[in-house]
Design a protein around this ligand. Structure first.
Ligand SMILES: O=P(O)(O)OC[C@H]1O[C@H](O)[C@H](O)[C@@H](O)[C@@H]1O
Length: 617
């Protein structure tokens, strides 16, 4: 008898196929008369997307589409276009250059009615309209940085009280007034943030961008249900677990990954003889499962997450502000930057509204249907995580099956990227010369280093000059090959500019969603995966019960996969049953399997131990 895991690891079953495939490709010359298999064309979806049946589209029949034409290459004409379209926000020191996106005046003119509708939609949203009709919710992340916009005094007070509470708590933790019960340091030194999706990505981005070299509290994240990942974070804390503030963040308060992270951390606290409640903080909606747990167990603090703030736009709520403040980041500056940006984005003249300019560029570059991906390339290490952050903000907001009128549109805009110039040595080759399925957003930071620290590593040239040169060079080289790009420039990476960047993209997403007539504020597709995961775990319990029953027999009755599936009344799920058994076998789960993993039909399985109590439960 052998465990299935051992057999799986030595399975050679797929290997011979690779050379065969190669041989086939090599022996097929390119100039074959046989057509290359291609994807089904997307016309039906495109036409649905373009013929959105809003009142507006009824008067305007088709959405503007991108004419096939080359990009401007004449340097003088390009310079005129650059100057003509350059957007500057003086107070924020932020610039937006859209000159390397090839839209023309006709397109801008044709889009104008749609833009005006989008501005109206944003105005309504800010006034408290039910902008998320599926969930019957208001969408109020703009109020978080300007509470006077909140539609009633109750919400205004809630926002202000929460902000004050966040600042006070952070100050008391940092100053040591609030301290862990049994730490030799006598104060909190670490934060362990447990959360996922919108309850992790903003805090991760901001920590990477803004945390000082020696923050008052250092931050770590558990943002998955990967046991090895969780063990790693806890092991890295070592004895400092005693001075770790654990912030559990979940809007719903019931996300399984976050719950699992919490249970694992609580176990680590028990094993270290520490009292979790004295070091635990919850950020969640009132009366959620997490909130009730924290209240009943008497955790150190609880902060509210509002039902009118979506996870992916929650960075300016307690979700983002508390971890930031604890790291010594000036959160009021972040809010001020976001608020200034919001103000600019209320302009109804396109050229004065940077978010609308971005949305328009996205529409042009991706034909309003996500036909091209957005590659985000910050040329600044500290902004590394902006593409991950934007991935959720943009893709969860825009990636929708249906539009607001119920038409199937399969909308979206793919976002990926890491940082420059690093990525120049990885995938820029393909961007320059390969498949033309993207446009780029460069994020440029003018200030290389804090003043007084720079030096010339060769005559007249600093390290930062190289970074600058790499960005400009890549932008030019891509454009020369008809690859379009946007450049967002900020003076420095500061709480104010990061707040402004977040607000810029939040608004661009809102405007773009309106342009393509979708609900940016729900995520029905995420539920399908969660439901399916729940079904897998329920099936696993049934498999275990069936195996337990067979293993309690005398003699033990090993079962084939077909027999397990039949006894689970889940014949259609036999592949999943096989995977469940393989996974359990790989994890020493008292499950014994005979046979070869590569031939699932040969497998016979039983439990190493029979649990009589469970059998008669
Ligand atoms: O904050 P939570 O309720 O735990 O949700 C965390 C994440 O879960 C979901 O999968 C949603 O799609 C995300 O938008 C959300 O940010």
């Amino acid at each position: 008898m052998a465990s299935l895991s051992g057999l799986c690891s030595s399975s050679p079953s797929l290997k011979p196929k690779i050379p065969l495939l190669k041989a086939t490709l090599n022996s097929t010359p390119f100039k074959t008369s046989l057509p290359f298999p291609t994807r089904t064309r997307l016309e039906p979806i495109q036409s649905v997307a373009r013929e959105i049946s809003t009142d507006l589209s009824k008067t305007n029949d088709k959405l503007p589409s991108r004419p096939e034409q080359g990009l401007i290459k004449d340097p003088a004409a390009l310079w005129r276009r650059y100057v003509d379209w350059l957007y500057q926000h003086k107070e924020l020191g932020l610039y937006l250059d859209v000159s390397r996106i090839g839209f023309n005046d006709d397109f801008v003119r044709d889009m104008e009615p749609r833009l005006q509708k989008a501005f109206k939609d944003m105005e309504e949203l800010e006034k408290g309209a039910i902008a998320n009709p599926d969930e019957g919710r208001m969408v109020g992340h703009y109020w978080l940085r300007n509470s006077s916009l909140a539609p009633n005094s109750f919400l205004k007070t809630q926002i202000e009280l929460t902000l004050d509470a966040v600042c006070k708590f952070a100050e008391e933790v940092v100053s040591g007034k609030i301290k862990p019960p049994s730490s030799p340091e006598g104060r909190f030194t670490q934060i362990l943030s447990v959360g996922i999706g919108g309850s992790a990505l903003g805090p991760q981005f901001v920590a990477e961008a803004l945390a000082p070299d020696n923050p008052p509290l250092k931050i770590r994240f558990i943002d998955n249900t990967d046991p090895a990942g969780i063990d790693h974070q806890i092991a890295q804390l070592g004895p400092e677990l005693a001075s770790t503030l654990v912030i559990v963040i979940s809007k719903s308060g019931g996300t399984p990954e976050t719950r699992n992270g919490l249970l694992e951390v609580q176990k680590a606290f028990r094993e270290a003889g520490l009292e979790f409640a004295k070091q635990g903080v919850a950020i969640t909606q009132e009366n959620s499962l997490l909130d009730n747990t924290a209240r009943i167990e008497g955790w150190l603090a609880r902060f509210p997450m509002f039902d009118w703030v979506g996870g992916r736009t929650s960075e300016m709520s307690a979700v983002g502000l508390l971890p930031a403040a604890l790291q010594g980041i000036d959160i009021r500056e972040m809010l001020a930057g976001a608020s200034l940006m919001d103000e600019a984005n209320r302009n109804t003249a396109l050229r004065d509204n940077p978010a609308a300019m971005l949305a328009l560029c996205w529409y042009w570059a991706s034909d309003g249907i996500g036909s091209k991906d957005m590659v985000v390339l910050p040329y600044k290490d500290s902004l590394l995580l902006i593409s991950r952050y934007l991935q959720q903000l943009v893709m969860e907001s825009l990636g929708k099956e249906f539009d607001l009128d119920g038409n199937r549109v399969n909308q979206g805009l793919t976002v990926y990227g890491n940082k420059g110039s690093t990525d120049q040595h990885a995938y820029i080759q393909q961007l320059r010369e390969g498949v033309h399925n993207f446009f780029v957003t460069f994020i440029e930071v003018l200030r290389d280093r804090p003043p007084g620290h720079d030096w010339e590593l060769e005559p007249g040239v600093t390290c930062g000059d190289y970074l600058f040169g790499m960005l400009q060079g890549t932008r030019s080289a891509l454009y020369a090959n008809d690859r379009e790009s946007i450049t967002v420039t900020v003076q420095e990476v500061t709480p104010r500019s990061v707040g402004a960047l977040i607000a810029l993209y939040e608004r661009a997403v809102g405007i773009y969603a309106s342009l393509v007539n979708i609900n940016a504020y729900h995520q029905p597709g995420v539920e399908a995966g969660k439901k399916a995961a729940g079904e897998v775990l329920a099936l696993q319990k049934r498999v275990l019960a069936v195996l337990n029953e067979a293993s309690c027999k005398e003699p033990v009755e090993p079962l084939t996969l077909d027999e397990v599936a039949e006894r689970c009344h889940a014949e259609e799920d036999i592949e999943m049953i096989y995977k469940i058994i393989a996974h359990m076998a790989a994890n020493d789960r008292a499950l014994i399997a005979e046979g070869s993993c590569g031939s699932p039909r040969s497998i016979k399985v039983f439990l190493g131990e029979c649990n009589m109590d469970e059998l008669y439960a």
